[in-house]
Design a protein around this ligand. Structure first.
Ligand SMILES: Cc1cc2nc3c(=O)[nH]c(=O)nc-3n(C[C@H](O)[C@H](O)[C@H](O)COP(=O)(O)O)c2cc1C
Length: 172
């Protein structure tokens, strides 16, 4: 069952989990899940929102741009290293992460992207706004650390997706 939660009661847990323990899930051509280390829970336009940051190169970006929907999943215990490795290093373009990481889905309430039993704390989100961040507009130390140009001049910038939280719960 889905136990509804007030997401702000879980703000500390969510922010503490983020540096590597959260999954951003999408569903378009297939289900995909990627590890995220960055994200923001808060209020924007008087609505409960969760913002994720996705680089140009991610398969997740293609799926998000196509559907405008995602779920974010947090573990209630220490993250499984297999899930972290598969979802944090492989691309959904050529990997079925559900099978490789042994993930089990549960249909969501308000979006087509499912929740995950292995990471039970779930936020369902609909994208209200997305904006690609211009590395050139960032401080030099941030550019150097996070956006070095490759041999083709590509900096693999992040796009911020502001998700309206349409449902929040723990799978039990
Ligand atoms: C600890 C950790 C945190 C990460 N955080 C992010 C993030 O916030 N944004 C991002 O674009 N990639 C992040 N990544 C990288 C993606 O998880 C990784 O590239 C993934 O394989 C992309 O999958 P996809 O191509 O199926 O979307 C992170 C990886 C790890 C291991």
């Amino acid at each position: 069952m889905k136990e509804p939660i007030n997401v702000f009661d879980y703000a500390t847990r969510i922010e503490k989990n983020l540096p590597g323990g959260a999954l951003l899930n999408t569903l378009h051509t297939r289900f995909d899940s990627m590890v995220i280390g960055w994200g923001h829970l808060g209020t924007l336009w008087s609505k409960p929102t969760f913002i994720v940051y996705v680089r140009d190169s991610r398969f997740t970006k293609e799926q998000l741009d196509a559907t405008g929907e995602f779920t974010v999943s947090f573990p209630l215990q220490k993250p499984d290293p297999l899930i972290t490795r598969v979802c944090g290093t492989l691309s959904g373009r050529d990997t079925d992460k559900l099978a490789e990481a042994h993930l089990t889905t549960d249909p969501a309430n308000t979006v087509k992207v499912p929740a995950l039993w292995e990471y039970p704390l779930t936020l369902e989100c609909r994208v209200l706004y997305s904006g690609r961040m211009d590395p050139a507009a960032l401080p030099q130390d941030v550019q150097t650390a996070f956006y070095p140009a490759d041999d083709k001049g590509c900096q693999d910038a992040h796009t911020a997706y502001v998700g309206l939280i349409t449902s929040a719960y723990i799978l039990r």
